[in-house]
Design a protein around this ligand. Structure first.
Ligand code: ADP
Ligand code: GN1
Ligand code: MG
Length: 363
């Protein structure tokens, strides 16, 4: 199946190898190696998860517009390595940005960005600052993307109210008889329901502006250069769409201000680290200061807590619904992820005042 799909892309040379790749939870990713007149070149291929992205053509239309816009910006800045700093879509032989397989699946291909890595944890505050800067830069580059509005590839993606409605339904149905084993987690999420809507309500009421954002800025969606350690490129562009700057900053805080991975089971390791938090903000502000508004600054601490909460909620909902959304390693994986996110929220809460002071000092 993979082989047949690859044959339809406009890639020259002899195919030498195809291997599954990466640790994404959503799409099926492969890397292929080709011999092109004696030079080896690699490409990334993804079968888009069409349960999650029900309109893949809209996803690809967004990605083509966004990558073209960023590419122009990089060229205008005279960036020498622009082809490593933005994804390049490889068209199919028929010119479309996708290939359909015999089972109706949707495939796309990108140039593989060599000598780069997407880690799960930041190794130092310096690295956290580079990650923050790359997210600020991405938002800045897209601030003047013209009309039409990008497609909402997953409607209500960060809509806490809609996520809670689904959670309540999963709880009522308890189709896999799992709710009894996670009463504490359910209770925590119910207690935090109202506060969780702060970001989405602020966006809806116009208290914070709509901006184009990435919406999935967890650390491993940002590639770092192996040699320089610099943040190179934001990948996984399926969810680039209108939202608030705080969705991206929040997801970065969720994944980069802790020293534990999102499925770490030793919860004593799940701690909000204010040195990393400060560094993320320093990097992010170095780009975003030019456009951020006071109302956005005011919700920065809340953004980290909020995106951590929505992930905890989504992991637990998926657990209650029988693990059909996220790729899991075992029957408790989603529950473990949820416990981890709740532990992170508790740790954020315990250092709230300190975090607020950091935001104030840097704003
Ligand atoms: P998912 O939506 O499943 O998370 P991603 O688009 O994040 O899929 O891709 C999964 C992984 O594949 C990434 O974490 C990254 O390691 C790798 N990857 C994807 N695209 C590229 C690329 N163009 N160059 C290098 N690595 C890539
Ligand atoms: C998914 O695709 P991936 O693995 O980069 C998810 C994010 C979650 C993340 C949690 C489209 O991201 O929303 O934050 O898992 N992406 C989608 O690790 O649902
Ligand atoms: Mg990803």
């Amino acid at each position: 199946m993979v082989r047949a799909a690859l044959d339809e892309f406009a890639i020259l040379g002899e195919l030498e190898d195809i291997v599954p790749f990466g640790k994404g939870h959503i799409n099926d990713t492969f890397v292929s190696t080709w011999n092109q007149g004696g030079t080896r070149l690699r490409y990334t291929h993804q079968r888009i998860n069409s349960q999650v992205f029900t309109r893949p053509a809209g996803v690809m239309e967004n990605i083509l517009r966004v990558t073209a816009h960023v590419r122009e910006k990089l060229r205008a800045q005279g960036a020498k390595d622009w082809s490593r700093r933005v994804l390049t879509v490889i068209p199919a032989k028929d010119g479309k940005p996708w290939v359909r397989d015999a089972e109706g699946g949707w495939w796309r291909s990108y140039c593989f960005i060599e000598n780069a890595r997407g880690g799960d944890l930041a190794s130092s505050p310096e690295e956290a600052a580079l990650l923050g800067k790359s997210v600020g830069d991405f938002q800045k580059q897209l601030a003047d993307l013209g009309s039409p509005r990008l497609h909402e590839t997953i409607p209500g993606f960060h809509n806490m109210g809609a996520r809670y409605a689904r959670f309540h339904q999963a709880l009522r149905e308890d189709a896999f008889d799992r709710a009894g084993g996670c009463r504490g987690e359910i209770e925590f999420l119910l207690q935090n329901e109202e506060r969780g809507s702060l970001l989405i309500d602020s966006l809806r009421d116009g208290r914070i502006p709509e901006r184009i954002c990435h919406n999935d800025t967890k650390m491993n969606n940002i590639l770092l250069d192996d040699t320089s350690g610099q943040a190179l490129c934001l990948i996984d562009l399926d969810t680039v769409m209108p939202g608030t700057s705080l969705f991206d900053l929040g997801d970065l805080i969720r994944t980069v201000s802790t020293r534990a991975q999102e499925d770490e089971q030793d919860l004593s390791k799940v701690k909000f680290d204010t040195a990393f938090f400060r560094a993320i903000l320093e990097g992010y502000f170095s780009e975003a200061r030019s456009f951020l508004l006071p109302a956005e600054y005011a919700l920065i601490c809340e953004s980290g807590r909020n995106i951590t909460q929505i992930m905890g909620l989504r992991f637990l909902t998926d657990y209650l619904e029988g693990d059909h959304y996220y790729r899991v390693k075992g029957p408790l994986h989603n529950l473990e992820r949820c416990r981890n996110q709740i532990a992170l929220i508790r740790s954020m809460d315990s250092r709230w005042e300190e975090a607020e002071k950091i935001v104030k000092a840097l704003s």
